[in-house]
Design a protein around this ligand. Structure first.
Ligand SMILES: Cc1cc2nc3c(=O)[nH]c(=O)nc-3n(C[C@H](O)[C@H](O)[C@H](O)COP(=O)(O)OP(=O)(O)OC[C@H]3O[C@@H](n4cnc5c(N)ncnc54)[C@H](O)[C@@H]3O)c2cc1C
Length: 253
């Protein structure tokens, strides 16, 4: 019977289902949050993603992965998609899709890059660009369950205009054990904590957690960012088993 239950859950997750776009929200000039209603959704954990499949009228079909930005709960889920200029799928999701449209998805997918709210360890979140999406799900989950686990977010982004979730991660967002640091790579607003530039060892030492605190580290973004961040964490003595990474794309950020 246990076997049947597990198998039922797996088939549910891996089956394509139709979701309806309920709303769209611009995060930046090139990124948009899609609020989807998926009647067959069976819930997810913070950090997981879905596969989205698009099928053209001539039957051509293609799929991509997108992280869940929303906290678990209910049949509404949110994805935030960054438009990649010459991309096949993301321009459609960002520029064309509108409320009332439908798309196919399956999931949730992934069991490693997941924050467990029952784990009392401090958490270090490190995001490069759109890599903040699954980390936002962790932040929202922490808030929704009333967790007091200490969170620090280091969010590397090119300019202030390219920040996602500007209100939630803005000046009023850092509260109750959540520290937020924006690290700008190209241009920073007046009075930033440090001049624009890519992630450095000093950033991680100043705004992350010391290795002795044994935090869970979640690193997500372009491959170059993820590799550099993980390298710095290991060099600073963090346990590699506690560094979880998710790579979104081939380009360094
Ligand atoms: C587990 C996982 C979760 C993801 N979650 C998100 C998410 O929450 N939000 C999001 O916007 N994307 C996310 N992605 C990336 C997403 O799956 C697509 O790769 C991305 O949207 C580009 O698809 P495309 O069809 O527009 O571009 P493609 O047609 O696949 O690629 C076009 C060009 O862009 C390059 N490229 C592909 N992906 C990227 C990228 N991420 N950054 C820069 N250049 C790229 C390709 O090398 C190619 O040169 C995730 C990827 C993975 C593996």
């Amino acid at each position: 019977m246990a076997r049947a239950a597990v198998s039922g859950r797996l088939t549910g997750r891996l089956r394509w289902q139709t979701a309806t776009v309920e709303d769209v929200r611009d995060e930046t000039g090139t990124a948009r949050t899609l609020v989807l209603r998926a009647p067959d959704w069976r819930g997810h954990a913070a950090g997981q993603h879905v596969d989205v499949r698009l099928t053209a009228e001539d039957g051509y079909s293609t799929q991509r992965s997108y992280s869940l930005a929303s906290a678990p709960g209910g049949d509404r889920i949110e994805l935030t998609v960054q438009r990649i200029g010459d991309g096949e799928v993301s321009p459609y999701l960002v520029d064309v899709l509108e409320a009332g449209d439908q798309l196919e998805l399956r999931g949730p997918v992934g069991g490693w890059f997941v924050w467990d709210p029952a784990d009392p360890s401090p958490v270090l979140l490190m995001a490069g660009g759109s890599g903040v999406v699954p980390l936002m799900s962790m932040i929202r989950t922490r808030r929704n369950v009333g967790s007091r686990v200490l969170f620090r977010l280091l969010y590397s982004v090119r300019t202030p205009e390219e920040r996602y979730y500007a209100r939630e991660l803005g000046p009023g967002g850092a509260q109750g054990g959540l520290d937020i640091t924006h690290l700008y790579t190209r241009s920073a607003p007046e009075g930033p904590r440090r001049p624009p530039g890519r992630l450095t060892e000093d950033d991680v030492a100043a705004y992350g957690w010391p290795a002795e605190f044994a935090p869970m580290c979640f690193v997500c973004g372009p491959t170059g960012f993820v590799e550099r961040a993980a390298e710095i964490l290991v060099a600073q003595g963090h346990d590699p088993q506690r560094i979880r990474t998710e790579r979104f794309g081939p380009v360094g950020g």
